[in-house]
Design a protein around this ligand. Structure first.
Ligand code: AIR
Length: 174
């Protein structure tokens, strides 16, 4: 993993998810952060099943200098909101689409926060944007993250242009 000079190895982003069954999706948040050189950690804790663990982690995150928290959960997804109620760190909500309602329940449970307790909610299973939004917040403080974001955007533009060129060339060949 690439490392950020300023934070050493300490996680800047805490990714909390409600179940071990969420991990195959949630690990993609960590992977995108890692590609950008941002250290993060994943914690499995549930707002409903292990609420004390959620609170203990928020306390530890404060003490250890975590700067952005991402709360991920499916179905009745109150995790990001509960986290936001216990911290003034920016909280990103990632609603997961794994339940019988394929995420509409998690989306609404995550996004419909009362005034004064914001959760910046990304799309259902929007793992990449959860990581990118965390990176944009951190980029205000860490120029190296801003540069990493610029490089990633340039790479993405090039990939998009190439796929458009390839698709058009394929059309003209037919
Ligand atoms: N969940 C866990 N505690 C509260 C909630 N909302 C979520 C998990 C998971 C879903 O419930 O984030 O997406 C189902 O959990 P499990 O462990 O039964 O697979």
């Amino acid at each position: 993993m690439k490392k950020l000079v300023e934070s050493g190895n300490k996680p800047l982003v805490g990714i909390v998810t409600g179940s071990p069954n969420d991990l195959p999706t949630v690990v993609k948040v960590r992977d995108t952060l890692t590609e950008l050189g941002i250290p993060s950690e994943i914690i499995v804790a549930s707002a409903h099943r292990t609420p004390d663990k959620v609170l203990a982690y928020i306390k530890r995150a404060h003490e250890e200098g975590v700067q952005v928290l991402i709360g991920c959960a499916g179905v009745a997804a109150h995790l990001a909101g509960v986290i936001a109620g216990h911290t003034r760190l920016p909280v990103i909500g990632l609603p997961l689409g794994n339940g019988p309602l394929t995420g509409l329940d998690s989306l609404l449970s995550t996004v419909q926060m009362p005034p004064g307790v914001p959760v910046a909610t990304v799309a259902i299973d929007g793992t990449k944007n959860a990581a990118m939004l965390a990176a944009r917040i951190l980029a205000l403080k860490y120029p190296e993250i801003d540069q990493a974001l610029e490089r990633a955007a340039e790479k993405e533009r090039a990939r998009y242009e190439q796929s458009a060129d390839d698709a058009l060339a394929q059309l003209s060949a037919n």
